[in-house]
Design a protein around this ligand. Structure first.
Ligand code: HEM
Length: 209
């Protein structure tokens, strides 16, 4: 698949698909179809989609290693920005509709409720990632420092899974499912690094007796 195909055809399709959860919300809000507790529906819907987009973002590179399909990495920025978009909607739903824009209420929750502490940590860590996702920032920071900063996405993913796990309390099947995927993706990263380091290590010279 040529870069032009990716840019002109596949990217717009992925963009529209990624927008679908938002359009679902708008559609159901318009027709008053968000259930008995619309705030809870909006918070949970945006929360789970934030987590899904975080997981897809960190899955793209390992999927490229496995499939050899290089264009996959071209979607990392777009999908990462969708994660930030849904994360912002999720946070704003809570802050505006639950906390009525009160910073003291937000801070009390962040300090006293562990699941909010974890969610807030995940959200705050996403901000520098979204801000520095442009080519300009890659140039300004340099590839090495940029890559180092963007490893924060793994801490975001872990904090997000913990937030979900602590939030559901009883049936932990779904949080464990996401924790499993994040665990496998993290392990894939570690294995890849170890293999690369081993491949680039100098081969010892054997002296003949
Ligand atoms: C990367 C950041 C975040 C992710 C991935 C995330 C993800 C999630 C998920 C998956 C759920 C449960 C959905 C379900 O049960 O179907 C949830 C619920 C919730 N989240 Fe987050 N969250 C994040 C950040 C935050 C932040 C910053 C806050 C507030 C400060 C927050 C507040 C809440 C609340 C209050 C609920 C429960 C809603 C309810 O049941 O009424 N989250 N979140």
């Amino acid at each position: 698949m040529s870069p032009t195909h990716v840019r002109r055809i596949v990217k717009p399709i992925v963009f529209v698909l990624a927008l679908e959860p938002f359009l679902w919300l708008v559609y159901n809000a318009f027709f008053g179809d968000l259930g008995v507790n619309p705030v809870e529906t909006i918070t949970n819907h945006t929360g789970i989609w934030t987590l899904r987009f975080i997981v897809i973002t960190i899955a793209l590179t390992p999927l490229r290693w496995v499939s050899g399909f290089n264009p996959l990495t071209r979607f990392r920025r777009m999908i990462g920005l969708f994660a930030s978009f849904y994360g912002t909607l999720h946070f704003m739903t809570y802050f505006v509709l639950d906390q009525s824009l009160q910073f003291t209420g937000l801070w009390d929750d962040v300090v006293k409720r562990p699941y909010i502490t974890a969610g807030f940590t995940a959200f705050v860590l996403m901000i520098p990632l979204a801000v520095t996702s442009t080519q300009g920032w890659i140039r300004r920071l340099g590839g090495r420092r940029w890559n180092l900063l963007h490893r924060l996405v793994y801490i975001t993913a872990l904090a997000a899974v913990l937030h979900y796990f602590w939030k559901v309390k009883l049936d932990t099947t779904d949080p464990l499912f996401y924790a499993g995927i994040v665990g496998v993706l993290l392990a894939a990263r570690v294995v890849h690094r170890v293999r690369r380091a081993a491949a680039s290590a100098p081969v010892p010279v054997r002296r003949e007796a």
